[in-house]
Design a binder for this molecule. Structure first.
Ligand code: GZL
Length: 305
């Protein structure tokens, strides 16, 4: 109705700046850098946010302290990319008691669902299944020795990818020689792969790395051992960041399952709705795809990360 639509009183409405505390895992991988960039772009001042950013250097106790600090600062909302799944109940209860909504992005927590407003993430189990199906389809009918570089122990990404992968290779002729964490980093991926090569040498036929960065670290170890990655040892990874896709296009990797890090816009949309008191879904899953060497060559020029 003409002129009658305005609400009385101060600023209010949707022009209030939303102060958000974002507790990021750290900067362990290329994926994480792309995710952080996406979040900082989405939670910009131009988009109506005041972002307080903390990266916890992959240390769960530091990340819990960061969330507690956001509560003490009285932020309007907290966004959390939890390093590990467990240990969150107490501090999420404190946020709830302080009436500060928590929105999860990327990985998940084991805490009760009523302690967070929503989760924007990816289907890690499906990513693991897709990687496992590729190994089963290509190598499952003959005796094949596999080693695994696992992600951060206790993270939902590592746990769920392992579960999906293991299910997909069940009943095949694939033998898991060894499986250890490389903590999603290049450096640790290289070190663990060096250990695998010392122990199993050229009997290793396939490497499954839970992310590109550990696979990229393993490339150095494989070459130092006089073996040709992508040929002597087939490599399948997850993420599809630029360096991984380049290794795939160059024939050093054989298959990559994407894990989209560009979650910022969706998370910002959910935060605005939650702060405005609107209802949101408990979870939003972002779609992934997968690439072989030819598909990587075609996709690389247009990749955003
Ligand atoms: C997946 C994310 C993982 C990536 C790694 O969503 O949590 O953590 O696969 C990153 O590269 O370190």
């Amino acid at each position: 109705c003409a002129g009658g639509g305005n609400t009385a009183g101060g600023g209010g409405g949707d022009d209030k700046v939303i102060t958000v505390g974002f507790a990021q895992t750290g900067s362990e991988s290329g994926w994480r850098s792309a995710n952080t960039e996406s979040m900082k772009e989405a939670f910009s001042e131009a988009n109506g946010f005041n972002l307080i950013f903390n990266a916890a250097d992959n240390k769960p106790e530091a990340q819990i302290a960061a969330v507690r600090s956001f509560i003490n600062q009285g932020v309007d909302a907290i966004v959390l990319a939890p390093i590990v799944t467990d240990g969150w109940d107490d501090v999420l209860k404190e946020a709830k008691d302080a009436n500060i909504p928590v929105i999860l992005e990327d990985r998940t927590v084991s805490a009760p669902e009523d302690l967070y407003a929503s989760w924007v993430g990816l289907d890690f189990k499906k990513e693991g299944e897709t990687a496992g199906k590729w190994v089963a389809d290509n190598f499952g009918k003959t005796p094949t020795n596999l080693v695994v570089l696992e992600g951060t122990t206790g993270s939902s990404a590592a746990t769920d990818r392992a579960a999906g992968f293991d299910e997909a290779i069940k009943g095949t002729d694939i033998k898991v020689l060894d499986s250890q964490t490389g903590n999603f980093t290049r450096a640790e991926g290289k070190t663990v792969m060096e250990g695998f090569l010392q122990k199993y040498g050229s009997t290793i036929n396939v490497l499954f790395a839970h992310n590109d960065d550990m696979g990229l670290g393993a490339l150095d170890a494989i070459k130092a051992a006089g073996l040709k990655p992508g040929t002597d040892i087939k490599i399948v990874t997850i993420d599809a960041v630029k360096d991984g896709m380049t290794a795939l296009a160059d024939g050093e990797f054989n298959y990559i399952v994407e894990c989209n890090p560009l979650l910022g816009d969706k998370v910002a949309e959910v935060v605005k709705k939650v702060v405005a008191g609107e209802s949101v879904d408990k979870s939003y899953i972002v779609e992934d795809q997968a690439f072989d060497q030819e598909q990587a060559k075609a996709a690389l020029p247009d990749r955003k990360y």
